[in-house]
Write a protein that binds this ligand. Structure first.
Ligand SMILES: [Zn+2]
Length: 320
């Protein structure tokens, strides 16, 4: 099936095209959308629901989903969307704010220009999904502002709706690009490093840690579940850590991935905050490299006490 169809996720709002490339036997379908990239979705009934707004999604939710799918697809790790996964994503993440969109834009332009040696002729159809903007219009508006601030260089063309041609970074833009690669940019979210699929830790992070961070200091806390892949050290995760304002690491299970992520974040100079289940900490402690670090202890019989200490420690670490 190669006919152009309406993308169930972005609904081809900007006139881009989408193809259904493979309908597999287990009611999952692969799509290739010019905006969302390659992704899998199922089961069939669910596809129909979100396609026809029987499961209503606000434009901002469709944009968020499109951004997630596009990011994963560009990293070569297409996501699969199921009803559960969709619920999780919508509950735990938000569209990047303009500061984070700016970082994404500078990174995208810098990467493209570095790779080809040429300015970008025109922004691609999925430009807004790459940077995490609501739609193309809002992405172009942000680009315009960055051009006015002399971070981007471009030739503007077209009337009445101007489009950018020959886009590159100014010297200030390149400095910013390099600074962001070194992790000096701080987004509006924190990163959670932890063991995945643990029956005790997963609900604790979802029901206690994330709400505490959101309510206490107004930051989202993201983990690798939010971008679709658990515990794999790859570029998506490095980018996530690099763009985070801080990292919280759970050491309860002596998870080697979590220790690696903590080390990576410490190396970038990010504030890193350790947490550990109290009984495990009292009995065995944590790795000697971290036992001098601030560790906030948790136990499920005192969620409120943990929340208070966590928020107080975060405020101290971030000078809030
Ligand atoms: Zn799409």
């Amino acid at each position: 099936m190669n006919d152009t169809i309406q993308c169930p996720v972005c609904q081809n709002a900007d006139g881009s095209s989408c193809r259904e490339i493979l309908a597999s036997q287990n009611h999952f379908v692969d799509f290739e959308c010019e905006v969302c990239g390659r992704y899998t979705i199922g089961p069939l009934l669910f596809i129909e629901e979100i396609k026809h707004d029987k499961r209503p999604l606000a434009p901002v939710q469709r944009a968020l989903l499109s951004h997630k799918l596009c990011t994963a697809s560009r990293a070569g790790k297409p996501l699969t969307i199921t009803p559960d996964r969709l619920g999780y994503l919508l509950e735990n993440s938000t569209l990047p704010n303009p500061v984070a969109q700016t970082a994404n834009m500078v990174r995208y332009i810098g990467d493209e220009v570095s790779r080809s040696g040429n300015a970008i002729g025109q922004f691609p159809d999925n430009f807004h999904a790459i940077i995490g903007a609501l739609n193309r219009k809002s992405a172009v508006r942000l680009a315009k502002e960055l051009e006015e601030r002399k971070i981007l260089t471009t030739d503007l063309t077209g009337h009445p709706s101007p489009e950018f041609i020959n886009v590159s970074l100014s010297l200030d833009g390149w400095e910013r690009y390099e600074a962001e690669k070194r992790g000096e940019f701080k987004g509006n979210s924190g990163f959670m490093a932890m063991k995945f699929n643990d029956p005790e830790l997963d609900p604790f992070v979802k029901d206690v840690v994330k709400p505490a961070v959101k309510e206490g200091i107004g930051y989202d806390l993201v983990d690798m579940n939010d971008v679709g892949r658990a515990g794999v050290i790859d570029n998506i995760m490095r980018t996530r850590i690099r763009d985070s304002a801080f990292v919280i690491v759970d050491l309860t299970h002596d998870n080697s991935g979590a220790y690696w992520e903590a080390g990576y974040a410490e190396g970038l100079g990010k504030p890193v905050l350790y947490i550990c289940e109290k009984a495990k900490f009292d009995k065995e402690g944590t790795h000697f490299d971290t036992n001098h670090c601030t560790t906030v202890l948790w136990s499920r019989d005192d969620d409120e006490g943990f929340k208070k200490s966590l928020v107080a420690t975060l405020r101290r670490s971030l000078n809030l």
